[in-house]
Design a protein around this ligand. Structure first.
Ligand code: B16
Ligand code: MG
Length: 210
């Protein structure tokens, strides 16, 4: 049924979603903006500047573009510090077996993360070599839920979107996969990922039978 599987990174292969949360929380506190796990759920899969705009929407004042870029940099410094000790021990259960199962089934494997830290995270996890193609988030104009990033991965892998399975933990990510015309495997809560074709709790339950 599929010729390629395109994985999201944060929240699917490793739990960097937790580190993004902590880094944003620290930044939000300096700006006196309320921030909690429920709000963070809306930021999953949203790129750095898009996330910042959502957080600052409830701020008491407005920010210039220059100030926003400085705040985004500050968040990224917190984040880079938090992920600096990552290692293969941070791979989520089932992540490597899922990648190996796709490889054994003869499928192409792509990575579609909007994170500009994705290459560094793959290196720390020791799994860079398991992907045929990793999208460079810096070259993506429109983040998730726009389909651009998943379509880019499919075209670079040389596979038609309808022959691709996308794997995502975020509402915006599942929307991106569906807008690309692909099948979506959600990782998380079916009550949250309502647009997914199937939802599993984690990659330890991964199967190509979607
Ligand atoms: P960075 P994904 C996304 O990665 C995260 O889910 C999201 O929370 C984060 O803001 C975004 O990457 C940008 O990350 O600041 O490192 O460029 O889920 O698409 O792998
Ligand atoms: Mg994600």
């Amino acid at each position: 049924k599929f010729d390629a599987v395109i994985f999201d990174l944060d929240g699917v292969i490793t739990d960097t979603a937790r580190y993004h949360y902590l880094a944003w929380k620290r930044l939000a506190e300096t700006q006196g903006v309320p921030f909690d796990e429920a709000f963070n759920e809306h930021l999953k899969g949203i790129d750095r500047m898009g996330s910042l705009d959502l957080i600052l929407a409830s701020a008491a004042r407005s920010y210039t573009q220059e100030e926003k870029l400085a705040l985004a940099d500050e968040k990224n410094r917190h984040y880079v510090q938090l992920i600096s000790t990552m290692s293969p021990a941070d791979l989520l259960p089932g992540a490597v077996p899922a990648l190996d199962a796709c490889r054994a089934a003869g499928l192409k494997i792509g990575l579609a993360s909007v994170s500009k830290n994705a290459f560094a995270v793959l290196e720390m996890l020791g799994i860079t070599g398991k992907f045929d193609y990793v999208v460079d988030a810096a070259k993506i104009a429109k983040g998730k839920p726009d389909p651009e990033i998943f379509l880019k991965a499919a075209s670079e892998l040389g596979v038609a979107p309808e022959r691709c399975l996308g794997v995502e933990d975020a509402v915006a990510g599942v929307a991106s996969i569906k807008a690309a015309g692909m099948t979506a495997l959600g990782v998380g809560d079916p009550a949250v990922l309502t647009q997914a074709d199937r939802v599993i709790p984690g990659l330890d339950r991964f199967s190509l039978a979607v």
